[in-house]
Design a protein around this ligand. Sequence first.
Ligand code: NAP
Ligand code: SF4
Length: 698
Amino acid sequence: MGGPRARLALTEPAANAGVTLVDIQMTHFPNLLAPYDFGFLKLRNRMVMGAMHTRLETLDRPQERLTEFFRARARGEAALILTGGFAPNLEGRMEEDAPVLDHETDLTLHRSMTGAVHAEGGRVVLQILHAGRYAKHPLCVGPTDVRAPINSHVPRALGTAEVWSTIQAIAQTAALARKAGYDGVEIMGSEGYLLNEFTSALTNTRDDEFGGSFENRIRLPVETVKAVRAAAGEGFLIVFRISTIDLVEGGMTGAETATYARALEAAGVHLFNTGIGWHEAAVPTIASSVPRAAWRFAIENVKRAVSVPVIASNRFNVPETGEQLLADGAADFVSMARPFLADPAFARKVRENRPDSINTCIGCNQACLDNIFTERSASCMVNPRAGHEIEFPEGLAATRRRVAVVGGGPAGMSFAVSAAERGHEVELFEAEQTLGGQINYARMVPGKNEFNEMLRYFRTRIGELGVRLHLGRRVSATELTEGGYDAIVIATGVVPRTPDIEGIDHPMVASYIDVLSGRRPMGQRVAVIGAGGIGFDVAQYLVGDAHAAEDTAGFLRDWGVDATLQSHGGLTAPTAPRKGRQVAILQRREGRPGGTLGKSTGWILKAHLRRAGVRNLVGVTYQRIDDRGLHCLVQGKPQLLEVDNVVICAGQDSLRTLADALAATGHANVHTIGGASLASELDAVRAIDEATRLACSL
Ligand code: NAP
Ligand code: SF4
């Protein structure tokens, strides 16, 4: 922990309105907390909130929402905030209702956002994003008229003059950003958007001055930087998000990326941000199954090439990883986008040396990216206030109440923490000897070990807030009603559903809880009944982890990433999967299995299971289970699956015994939340959201 103290460039954080100067010699995070001085702009630490597409502008009261969203992160002491992408013109919008900043834009909203951030001592940069051929609307343009594999819209190829006018449009947006009070702009040059599309020989087959040779292909981004600098003037931060590794065929090699970065620096970039992989890449880049700091080798390649500072991004969610990276000199700043959704006060807690109190982003994507991909606004599973700041009251409740909450799963724990934060006196009863509920099973699934951080956070906060914890205590309705509580909250969760199949009590049958808790060893041939999220998770557990959570080399090998950066796009052949258990996942319905998996993570799980040889059987009618295995009809045809074990992952039912008993007592203030209230389609997003809103209403 900690790096060479000599690296610390201690400058006075002049913009630190209201922030106490930390004793940097005493902290565990001296590098993360070191201020940085660009000469014309000072940053109070090295923690950057990365740009995120939130779609908050599509909700009611967008100005208020965006202002409070950014204010909370600046108050939480993020040094530099990068906004979500604003398009420089209509063609460049990501989708039809995506925001544009051009000469017709009213700057009131922007002034409100920048004013809020500055008032909290933060700095804010507007991201300029031209979506290129990823734009999901008919005005979509690109270097050629070849459609992106992840978009149904065919782009119109930009003419040469139009490329020059696009450069001018981006420059004009930068000038307007300065007028609106931003401290700089980030030019989005990665993830396969327009500027990135021009740099790749695969997507840029033009024969004008913007295509052909390497110099021609990088002309658009380089000229963009020059034009932005000229239009916005000096003393205005120019951040460029460079693709450090494209992860698509025809992308740049590491040597080309280094040359490109030097050309951008010469054109006027003050600070590089790092992007990993195009959106169409078949390699996971930010999901929880990606080891922390896995892309460090690609970030370091840019860091070695340039003399201006570099921001590291992708899979930094705890301060320890960022601190180590900076201490090693692999980057100068750490960008965290989702972690600032999960905890707006991330940077403040680092300064206070309270890393265990950080509500850690667990990389699930369930309420952020998956919401965006389904045309909803972004929030966060572990922090439902994210993006909804204006809907939650700040501070203490008017009246302090005595509250009992039963159940120590996600719903019960988040209720207890939020209620205690509101000043209520909270007692939490949990029948097991440990907190966590279903989280204790989820965290056993390979690629989901980040759930451990969620448990650590809740445990820490329950302790800090003085919630009275009763573990191993099965409390009765009578005890609760006679306890003198002002409110009783039932969060007893769910029980696994047992389907009505002949032979369901055969010794070869196990529930997913038996398997994930490690209580029941499994044989070599396993049938999984149920193809929901848990069925897939159990299959992943059964085929074994291809790489351990921290094994970056194993992860890169499995996904065919060339860590030497010698190949174009940084791709190589993936390693062949190990031969392991034979697993089949079964569902009664017709149609593709895995339909309920997260949009941004389901494909990763499915690809991994496919490679491990897991079979999917659909249209199954279960007949019986006996010593020979599982007898069923598949598409009407009889089949015997000769398996050693059958694992039941057939959904859950609410555990409502206590809720029903309390209802019978007529107690005036009983609330049932999470799985105990509704088991179907239960997920932790809804459970935590319900719990937090209830706590804030008391
Ligand atoms: P689920 O998604 O409701 O899936 C249950 C599966 O069991 C379905 O495939 C269903 O399909 C089958 N089934 C239902 N009743 C059955 C019966 N009587 N006999 C045989 N099969 C039956 O439930 P889950 O997998 O337990 O997951 C619970 C929740 O956890 C999910 O809704 C999800 O939100 C969350 N979760 C999410 C993820 C994720 O990837 N984001 C991962 C894990 C859990 P058929 O009826 O077609 O057979
Ligand atoms: Fe992180 Fe999940 Fe929250 Fe997204 S929803 S910010 S991935 S914890």
